[in-house]
Design a protein around this ligand. Sequence first.
Ligand SMILES: [Fe+2]
Length: 193
Amino acid sequence: MVKAPKKTKPSSSPSVGKVPKKGGAIVAQESGSRNAPIINIGIERQDRAAIAEGLSRVLADTYTLYLTTHNFHWNVTGPHFNSLHAMFMTQYTELWGSTDVLAERIRALGHYAPGSYAEFSKIATVPDVPQNPPKAMEMVRILVKGHETVSRIAREFIPVAEEAGDDPTADMLTARCTVHDQTAWMLRSLLED
Ligand SMILES: [Fe+2]
């Protein structure tokens, strides 16, 4: 007797709805009220949840990198003080502005945006600011790694948004990758001979 072949799952998209979580942290709590109509923007509820999870991680990492950069703006020392102090200000200002855009996209998808140190520390991949201010070039090295990390996390979620038909989020994350890759290059150039 010939055994019937095992049923295999249809090869659906590997990423949509399966957002990798860091340490099983639950983020992106759904918002809403009985008085408001159910959100109906053409993106499935579970896809909106998956995208909000991804955006929450990018937000947590962006905020952590923002704080690190602002800290370094305050605490940098040495012969390159002037140029690094000014460069870090440009960078933290850009990062600060982007946190608002990311958080408000999470809200537009019907979820609450994380916004506390407790939540950010649970879901961020970028490490917290060092306790003792490092030497100037070590600060630059830390920021290169930070920008590269945020870029990797954002890039990971672009297909999740694309496959759900969420072009605004995919575009937003693409723009974030452009900024982080460029900033990492500029910082890395300071370390090259
Ligand atoms: Fe300042």
